[in-house]
Design a protein around this ligand. Structure first.
Ligand SMILES: NC(=O)c1ccc[n+]([C@@H]2O[C@H](COP(=O)([O-])OP(=O)(O)OC[C@H]3O[C@@H](n4cnc5c(N)ncnc54)[C@H](O)[C@@H]3O)[C@@H](O)[C@H]2O)c1
Length: 424
């Protein structure tokens, strides 16, 4: 890696001198993460992660990186890597200064990114907190030696869980993996409210256009699609939903949205947002039907949810018209504008989820890592739901930190769930 600057703890970051600025951002993120701070207190008190090795791939921006810092503060040996597009260099330097081994630079090449991921696996993590199953796939293919120490993994994304389930079905998954995404404290809030808000924020910030009155097409109506559709409607957009699942389509209809196939909906859509986790959910044929000036943004974790490859062939000479906004001129004199290069838009053209949301997600992740360290050797290889007690603990801590009290079942009500003979 020519030109790479190394500093203490063998981190690879662009400029260690950026650490003070990055550190301030981390500190600020920490003030909005009350649950994660309580997780740290718990881990420190019980010593459950002390000197345990944890490898992480996640964006290196303040709130995400705070998870790595908090685990290091809890006594774990943490190695963190991220793709260049999702790395803030000052934050990377700040994290490295706080005792995490960091392998992340904003200008890294795809080859260097793979080297960074290898560096994490070379540290022989006992648990990995993964993004799109990148480390897990490497450990099962190019880096099999990593499996010797790997007790288990916790996966962040819906798409990564799809990969893990496919590996498990094929008999290829050799470690227990917790689908952190399937925790209620993750997808109900992160996928829905986090992505809903931050996707719309990224598109509006990038374009400085008005949402009110526009026709917006959401492709995919699960948690992410629902979050986008609800927020877009709240801001005055006229929302259409496209789905392949009849139940999700019916739900969208009952939520009050127009439902139509993608090619039909594209005839009038002024903004299209994909939220499927499936390649080519918006094919070129549909893009070609869009009105002049339509905006395209992808909220899903799969980079080619719309057909960027064929769009680039169809409209060569695309030009950057604003930061993160590329214009593609179609032959008929019409243009479409792609936000954030078709990559996950709230990160490629925005700052990701609000920190209060990630407080929940990362508390689930940290406690899933703890669970794997303590119990992983008793778990079967395969994909596991997060233990329900993690969800409940995280939700209770969050409510408590917000000063919100809730009711409890009475003993009589509790017994109603077990004592069927007493039912009338
Ligand atoms: N941007 C972010 O920060 C963020 C956060 C959370 C999740 N995600 C990603 O967003 C994507 C969606 O997440 P989710 O939790 O809602 O996923 P999900 O898997 O629960 O739902 C996907 C939905 O898309 C529908 N779908 C699939 N193919 C389609 C097609 N060709 N046309 C129309 N609809 C189709 C499915 O029927 C399903 O309802 C995933 O890739 C996930 O990893 C991104």
């Amino acid at each position: 890696m020519a030109g790479v600057r190394r500093h203490s703890l063998r981190s690879v970051v662009k400029d260690p001198q950026l650490a003070p600025g990055g550190g301030r951002k981390l500190d600020l993120a920490g003030t909005w993460a009350p649950v994660l701070n309580r997780v740290r207190e718990r881990l420190l008190a019980e010593g459950s992660v002390r000197d345990r090795r944890i490898g992480i791939i996640l964006p290196v921006e303040p709130k995400t990186a705070y998870l790595a810092v908090m685990l290091a503060q809890s006594g774990a040996q943490v190695a963190l890597a991220a793709p260049g597009a999702l790395t803030q260099d000052d934050v990377a330097a700040g994290v490295a200064e706080r005792g995490v081994q960091v392998f992340a630079r904003s200008d890294s090449t795809p080859e260097e990114e793979l080297e960074f991921y290898s560096e994490v696996l070379d540290r022989r993590p006992e648990v990995v907190i993964d993004d799109r199953a990148a480390l897990i796939r490497m450990a099962h293919t190019t880096h099999p030696q990593a499996l010797q120490d790997l007790i288990g993994a916790s996966e962040e994304t819906t798409t990564g869980v799809v990969t893990l389930r496919a590996m498990a079905r094929a008999g290829a998954l050799r470690i227990p993996c917790i689908a952190a995404n399937d925790a209620r404290c993750k997808h109900l809030f992160d996928n829905r409210y986090g992505t809903g808000q931050s996707t719309i924020t990224a598109v509006l910030d990038s374009t400085n256009l008005l949402l009110a009155g526009k026709v917006l097409l959401v492709i995919g109506y699960s948690w992410v699609g629902k979050g986008i559709a609800a927020r877009a409607r709240g801001m005055g957009a006229k929302v259409t939903v496209s789905e392949v699942d009849p139940i999700a389509a019916l739900e969208a209809l009952h939520d009050g949205f127009r439902v139509a196939p993608v090619t039909e909906a594209c005839q009038t859509a002024e903004i299209v947002m994909t939220a499927t986790g499936v390649p080519n959910a918006l094919p070129l044929e549909a893009i070609e039907r869009l009105p002049d000036g339509a905006l395209l943004a992808n909220a899903g974790a799969v980079d080619d949810e719309f057909d960027m490859l064929r769009l680039r062939e169809r409209a060569p000479g695309a030009r950057l018209v604003r930061r993160n906004v590329e214009e593609f001129r179609l032959a008929e004199g019409r243009s479409v504008f792609v936000i954030g290069d078709g990559k996950v838009v709230n990160l490629s053209a925005g700052e990701g989820h609000p920190v209060e949301i990630m407080d929940l997600t990362f508390s689930v992740q940290a406690l899933s890592a703890r669970h794997l360290l303590l119990r992983g050797s008793e778990m079967d290889s395969g994909v596991h739901l997060p233990p329900p007690e993690i969800d409940e603990w995280v939700a209770r801590q969050k409510l408590e930190s917000l000063g919100v009290s809730i009711d409890h079942l009475t003993p009589e009500q509790e017994s109603f769930f077990s004592d069927w003979e007493a039912h009338a």
